[in-house]
Write a protein that binds this ligand. Structure first.
Ligand code: ZN
Length: 495
C-alpha cells in the first residue's frame, strides 16, 4: 500500500509545473510553451510556428475583441491578397528601404518559369491598401475612410527567432485609414491608443506605456510612430501595438486624392495601426503566469470553466449532474469542459492549474447530496462552496473579479519599476536591476541620434521615446552629452 502511495506521489510530482518565473524566466517561458502545448516548434522552416489549440483559442478571443472594437469605431473589414507586386513597394522610398531586407519574394511558378514581375509575401500591407484607396476615394464625403484586415504577414527576421516574440509569420490586424487633414489623422492615432488601452490593459490586464518613438526609430515611411511597450519580468520591454501617422508620405506616391469642399484636389492623410496577436498573447501569459503555470483573464481564457467529477465511477448521478452543469454554462456561451479522464483528481487539478483555467468546479457524491459545488479560483488558489442553484451568477461575478485581480496585480508591479537616472552610470546600474530608466535627453529629433547610439553601444539598451499620456519636464541635462535637455525619455532593453 505504502509503495503504491509513493508511486502515485512520484507521478503527481511529475505532472506539477514548478519553475520560478522571476528568477528563471527564460526557462519558464520555454518550458510553459511545451508543457501547456502552446506551440510546436518542430515545424521544419525556421522561425515558423505551429500554433496549438490552447494558444489559438485565446488568440481568437483577442482578435474577436479587437475586431469588435474596431467595427464599433467605424472601421470596415477587408481581405486583401497575400501577394503585393514589387512595383507597389518602390513607390515609397523609405518604406522599401526599411522593409526590403525582410521580404520573402515569389519569383517563379511550378513549371520553373520566372514570373514577369516579383511578388512580395506581404510584410505589411500599406502598399496594397493605398493602391486601392486611390481608386475608392474621390471626395471629402468619402472621408474618413476607415478599414482593417485580420491577416498574417511575413518577415524574414534575421535576428535569432523566439517563439511568439520574434517570428517570421505574424498574426495580426492591420488598420488603414484616410483623412482630409493632419488633425483628423492625429485623432485616429489617439483613438488607436484608446483601443489599445481598452483591450490590452482593461481586458487582457497587460500594463504598458504608450510612447512617441524618437525620429531615428520610426516605422519606415511614417511621419511619427507611437507604440505601446510592455515590461517583461527579465526587465526587457516588448513592443506591442504601434500606430503610425503617415502624413501624405504614402498618399502622394499612391495618388490617394480627394476633392475638398472648395472643389480643390488634395492628398489624403493616412494612418495605420497594427496589433500583433503573437506578441500580445506572449505578453499576456508572461504577465499573468506564475510558478505553477499559466493564468488567464477570464474573458480570453481558452477554457473558462473545467468541471471535475469526483468518484463518478461509483455514482453515475455525479457524471449526469456534471453534464447538466456543462449544458447550463454552454447556454450562456461559456467555454466549459468536463474532465472525465481516468486520471486521479489530484493529477487533474495540477494539470488544469498549469493550463491556467480560471475556474474549476469539483463535484462528488457529497456535493451532489448537499446540492452544492466546490469551486476553485486559479488566480487566488482558493476554494469555496457554492450552492448549485447560484452557480451561474457566481461564475459571472467571479469571472469579472478574476480579470480585475490579475490586472491590478500586474499594474502594481509595473508602478515600482520606473526609476530616474541623471548619468549613464546610474542608468547602467538601474538597467542591471531590471528597471526602466527615466532620463532627461537632449531631444528626440535626428540631431540627437548620436546620444541614443551611445546608449545602445555602452548599455545595450534603447531609447523608447517620450510618453504620450504625460508631458514631462526634464529634471537634469542630457545624461549622455550633458547639453540642455528638451525631453524626458525612457530607456530599456528590448525584445
Ligand atoms: Zn544628448
Amino acid at each position: 500500500m505504502a509503495e503504491k502511495q509513493e508511486k502515485n506521489q512520484a507521478l503527481e510530482e511529475k505532472t506539477t509545473f514548478n519553475i520560478d518565473k522571476e528568477k528563471d524566466f527564460s526557462n519558464w517561458f520555454s518550458e510553459i510553451l511545451k508543457t501547456a502545448e502552446l506551440a510546436d516548434l518542430r515545424y521544419n522552416i525556421k522561425g515558423f510556428l505551429v500554433y496549438q489549440p490552447w494558444s489559438v483559442l485565446c488568440m481568437e478571443e483577442m482578435a474577436r475583441l479587437f475586431e469588435k472594437a474596431l467595427q464599433r469605431k467605424g472601421h470596415k473589414p477587408y481581405w486583401f491578397p497575400v501577394m503585393i507586386p514589387e512595383k507597389n513597394f518602390h513607390l515609397e522610398k523609405e518604406h522599401v528601404e526599411g522593409f526590403a531586407p525582410e521580404v520573402f519574394w515569389v519569383t517563379e511558378t511550378g513549371d520553373g518559369s520566372k514570373l514577369e514581375e516579383k511578388f512580395a509575401l506581404r510584410p505589411t500591407s500599406e502598399t496594397a491598401f493605398y493602391q486601392m484607396f486611390s481608386l475608392w476615394i474621390r471626395s471629402y464625403k468619402d472621408l474618413p475612410f476607415k478599414t482593417y484586415q485580420r491577416a498574417n504577414v511575413f518577415r524574414y527576421e534575421t535576428r535569432a527567432t523566439r517563439p511568439f516574440l520574434r517570428i517570421r509569420e505574424i498574426h495580426w490586424i492591420e488598420g488603414h485609414c484616410a483623412f482630409k487633414s493632419l488633425e483628423d489623422s492625429m485623432k485616429q492615432v489617439h483613438e488607436d491608443m484608446e483601443t489599445t488601452q481598452e483591450l490590452l490593459h482593461d481586458a487582457f490586464g497587460i500594463p504598458h506605456i504608450f510612447f512617441q518613438r524618437p525620429q531615428w526609430d520610426k516605422f519606415a515611411g511614417a511621419v511619427n510612430t507611437y507604440a505601446a511597450d510592455a515590461l517583461m519580468p527579465d526587465g526587457r520591454m516588448l513592443q506591442l501595438p504601434s500606430t503610425h501617422c503617415l502624413g501624405q508620405n504614402f498618399s502622394k506616391p499612391f495618388n490617394v486624392k480627394f476633392v475638398d469642399e472648395n472643389s480643390q484636389e488634395q492628398f489624403a492623410y493616412l494612418t495605420c495601426y497594427g496589433p500583433a496577436f503573437d506578441r500580445i498573447f506572449a505578453a499576456c501569459i508572461i504577465t499573468h503566469g506564475d510558478n505553477k503555470g499559466l493564468r488567464f483573464p477570464f474573458e480570453i481564457s481558452p477554457l473558462q470553466v473545467v468541471i471535475v467529477p469526483i468518484n463518478f465511477e461509483k455514482e453515475s448521478k455525479v457524471l449526469k449532474k456534471a453534464l447538466e452543469l456543462k449544458e447550463r454554462l454552454l447556454e450562456l456561451n461559456y467555454r466549459v469542459e468536463i474532465d472525465g479522464s481516468e486520471k486521479r483528481p489530484g493529477e487533474k487539478f495540477y494539470f488544469w492549474e498549469m493550463k491556467g483555467v480560471p475556474l474549476r468546479i469539483e463535484i462528488g457524491p457529497k456535493e451532489l447530496k448537499a446540492k452544492e459545488l466546490l469551486v476553485f479560483r486559479r488566480d487566488l488558489e482558493k476554494k469555496e462552496k457554492v450552492k448549485e442553484k447560484s452557480l451561474l451568477e457566481f461564475v459571472e461575478k467571479k469571472g469579472k473579479e478574476i480579470t480585475k485581480n490579475l490586472r491590478e496585480t500586474a499594474d502594481k508591479k509595473f508602478k515600482d519599476i520606473i526609476l530616474d537616472a541623471k548619468t549613464v552610470e546610474e542608468a547602467k546600474k538601474l538597467l542591471g536591476e531590471k528597471k526602466i530608466v527615466r532620463a532627461s535627453f537632449c531631444s528626440t529629433g535626428l540631431e540627437s541620434a548620436k546620444c541614443a547610439e551611445a546608449i545602445e553601444k555602452d548599455l545595450g539598451a534603447k531609447v523608447r521615446g517620450t510618453r504620450v499620456d504625460l508631458k514631462e519636464k526634464p529634471f537634469s541635462n542630457c545624461l549622455v552629452c550633458g547639453k540642455a535637455a528638451k525631453e524626458v525619455v525612457y530607456i530599456a532593453f528590448e525584445y
